[in-house]
Design a protein around this ligand. Structure first.
Ligand code: ARG
Length: 463
């Protein structure tokens, strides 16, 4: 075989090798080597199927299998030499196989193409990530549940507009995130179920004339079934987009929790103390303990959502089937996955190690007229006032308390009665923060009994 090009994989029709810049823009090996394990698994499944179908000999299949295992161990031990001239992981592996076993290596690419190969490898890679992410999110849920369990009935202020609204319980607040992460997990599970179809054997785009067994390769790679349309199988990357979309939503949740930890750990709030293990110091201000991990988690959504928008933009408008544009699908997914996993792990550590300051939470819960709604509700229930009127009376009483520099429970009964004669000292029973939270017994409410029921439910789910 005469070969003037530098590429033994497709160089047959070429008289000259590529320009250095061509090689640089074309190569993906710098990043797709991360799919080496998946690439080798796909090739092993393919070779075994080819032999079982009598398309290649058992002897060749055995040589291929052994060669691939050698390559896998070379890669795992860092001995493999990745070559830019060989473009991508698929051709790097195949070229090395040729060096190792000679002629049978050339038979591996029967009835497949790099198009179905890359679609398969990338699906396997994303699928692995989904499994890792789900495990990480569940661990974080458990850490939050531990916090909820420890302080199921600890009162704290609940906020709207970051203004004190009504007292809630610490356990309730922690469980809010357990719910959010539960939906995140279910989004990843949905995405996994939808993506778990095998592209291998759809070949370049049209299928193949060889009598392959796509069920067999699908099964051996852990897919539920082979993808049913060869054009779709090589052309779509919606599975990666679903992964990124689910990651973006979840990273947004983590960002909100991170923001709360930043606020709560400040000297002004002191709701939580972060452990030294998850804090950093300042090089100039000796007193400082900074919540850097929380701040970084708060920011990670930027690059994760950026990757999502990036891949949507790459994919939009592409005609069927494969276009080289699609090689631009991987790097951002890798980066988003790495950073998302790091954010989950850091958040898990922070939540597990942090201490909620029960007294600071309680002190804040009682300030800011947080039981004003309880007072209004009492006026409705005991005195039969329409809620709008009760709201007005309560507003006047809040203004009086504010003028006197006290909170509602400290406002003298006489001042209350001056506003509405029917008010008795029974009103003080609803003005305490404990009474307030204990009264919110509606399903999903903040009453400790409701919170404990939800903790029990989540313990069951997460075991
Ligand atoms: N490196 C390529 C990618 O990541 C593999 C597929 C190449 N296929 C082709 N027909 N050039 O998309």
């Amino acid at each position: 075989m005469t070969d003037n090009s530098s590429n033994t994989m497709w160089g047959g029709r070429f008289a000259a090798g590529p320009d250095a810049i061509m090689e640089a823009i074309n190569a993906s090996i710098g990043f797709d080597k991360r799919m080496a394990t998946q690439d080798i698994a796909g090739s092993r499944a393919h070779a075994a199927m080819l032999a079982a179908q009598g398309i290649i000999t058992t002897k060749d299949a055995e040589a291929i299998r052994e060669g691939l295992l050698t390559i896998l161990s070379e890669i795992e031990t860092g001995k493999f030499e990745f070559k830019t001239a060989l473009e991508d992981i698929h051709m790097n592996v195949e070229a090395r196989l040729k060096e190792l076993i000679g002629e049978p290596a050339g038979r591996l690419h029967t009835a497949r193409s790099r198009n179905d190969q890359v679609a398969t490898d990338f699906r396997l890679w994303v699928r692995d990530q989904i499994d890792t992410v789900i495990a990480g999110l569940v661990a974080l849920q458990k850490a939050l549940l531990g916090q909820a369990d420890a302080g199921a009935d600890w009162v704290m202020p609940g906020f709207t507009h970051l203004q004190t609204a009504q007292p809630v319980t610490w356990g309730h607040h922690m469980l809010a995130y357990v719910e959010m992460l539960g939906r995140d997990v279910s989004r990843f599970r949905d995405a996994r179920a939808r993506m778990n179809e095998c592209p291998l054997g759809t070949a370049a785009l049209a299928g193949t004339s060889f009598p392959i067994d796509r069920e067999a390769t699908a099964r051996s790679l852990g897919f539920d079934r082979p993808a049913a349309n060869s054009l779709d199988a090589v052309a779509d990357r919606d599975f990666a987009l679903e992964f990124l979309s689910a990651a973006s939503i979840s990273a947004m949740h983590l960002s909100r929790l991170a923001e709360e930890l930043v606020i709560w750990s400040s000297a002004q709030f002191r709701f939580v103390t972060l452990s030294d293990r998850f804090s950093t110091g300042s090089s100039i201000m000796p007193q400082k303990k900074n919540p850097d991990a929380a701040e970084l988690i708060r920011a990670k959504i930027g690059r994760i959502l950026g990757a999502t928008v990036g891949l949507f933009t790459v994919m939009k408008g592409l005609p069927l089937t494969y276009s080289k544009d699609m090689q631009e699908d991987k790097e951002q997914v890798f980066d988003a996955a790495d950073n998302f996993m790091l954010a989950i792990a850091a958040m898990e550590g922070m939540v597990r190690d942090m201490t909620a300051n029960r007294e600071a939470l309680r002190a804040a819960a009682g300030s800011g007229f947080s039981t004003a709604t309880d007072l209004a509700d009492w006026l409705v229930r005991k005195l039969g006032l329409p809620f709008r009127e009760a709201h007005h009376v309560t507003g006047v009483l809040v203004a009086k308390a504010e003028a006197q520099g006290c909170d509602l429970p400290e406002l003298p009964l006489a001042d209350m009665q001056a506003e509405h004669g029917g008010i008795t000292d029974a009103v003080f029973e609803v003005l305490g923060v404990d009474n307030s939270v204990a009264s919110r017994t509606s399903y999903g409410g903040t009453a400790p009994q409701q919170v404990r029921a939800q903790i029990a439910r989540w313990k069951e789910i997460l075991t």
